[in-house]
Ligand binder design. Structure first.
Ligand code: C5P
Length: 223
């Protein structure tokens, strides 16, 4: 039987990864957080002062980046050249620069190539911005998630707080989400857009269990 890819796209902090993890756990699939890959590349660029306007520098940097996922309880842990960077990639310096880095054509080509390889012969749930449109346009099940921007900012703010961050304000989180949504939907290279065949899931008023039940019902016929 052929492997199954479930694609989840949508705006920033819509709960894509929460749903993706829950689905993967329930179905025994591998969860891949494509955003973590763009974030890890961004961290490398920041640390090494890579100028995104310089294509040669970007191309060279990409050759020196090795990303790996380590699944532990369906939490995605990512390493950058062997170093665990899962927490650092969630902080504001990366969040503020990731949309610019991820808009670069060479960065996208490399990440998409790696993502397609990961889904080749395995059952996976992958979340991101262009999974249903560019990475796996033939995925049989695609979700497009959205939620009220204020709710999204509050959720992300609470998440940062629970991780001990107390330097970033709710306003800054809101601004960052708005900025990333704008940048992600208006960029030239595979912008964030709903695939025609993606199922819309607005979770503003849904619990995590309700979202999981909804998604399982849609995935059911393909199992
Ligand atoms: O999913 P997350 O919010 O962690 O993604 C961080 C950023 O990475 C997004 O704002 C977007 O700029 C970029 N991204 C992307 N394509 C993906 C996943 C993430 O461009 N498939």
């Amino acid at each position: 039987k052929k492997n199954l890819v479930i694609a989840i796209d949508g705006y920033s902090s819509c709960g894509k990864s929460t749903l993706a993890k829950a689905l993967a756990k329930k179905l025994g699939f591998i969860y891949i957080d494509s955003g973590a890959m763009y974030r890890a590349v961004t961290l490398y660029f920041l640390r090494n002062n890579i100028n995104v306007a310089d294509d040669a520098q970007v191309a060279d940097a990409l050759q020196h980046i090795e990303l790996n996922f380590h699944s532990r309880d369906y939490e995605s842990h990512i390493t950058l050249n062997g170093e665990e960077v899962s927490d650092e990639i969630r902080l504001m310096p990366v969040s503020e620069n990731v949309s610019e880095v991820s808009a670069h054509k060479l960065v996208r080509h490399e990440m998409v190539k790696q993502q397609q390889r990961m889904g080749k012969s395995k059952n996976i749930v992958m979340d991101g911005r262009d999974i249903g449109t560019t990475v796996f346009p033939d995925a049989p099940v695609k979700f497009f998630m959205t939620a009220d921007p204020k709710i999204r900012a509050e959720r992300r703010f609470k998440e940062l707080e629970s991780k001990g961050n107390n330097t970033t304000t709710l306003e800054e989180v809101f601004e960052n989400l708005a900025h990333r949504d704008y940048a992600d939907t208006t960029r030239k290279e595979s912008p964030l857009v709903r695939a025609e065949d993606a199922i819309i899931l607005d979770n503003t008023d849904l619990t995590q269990q309700e979202q999981l039940d909804f998604a399982l019902e849609k995935v059911g016929p393909f199992l």
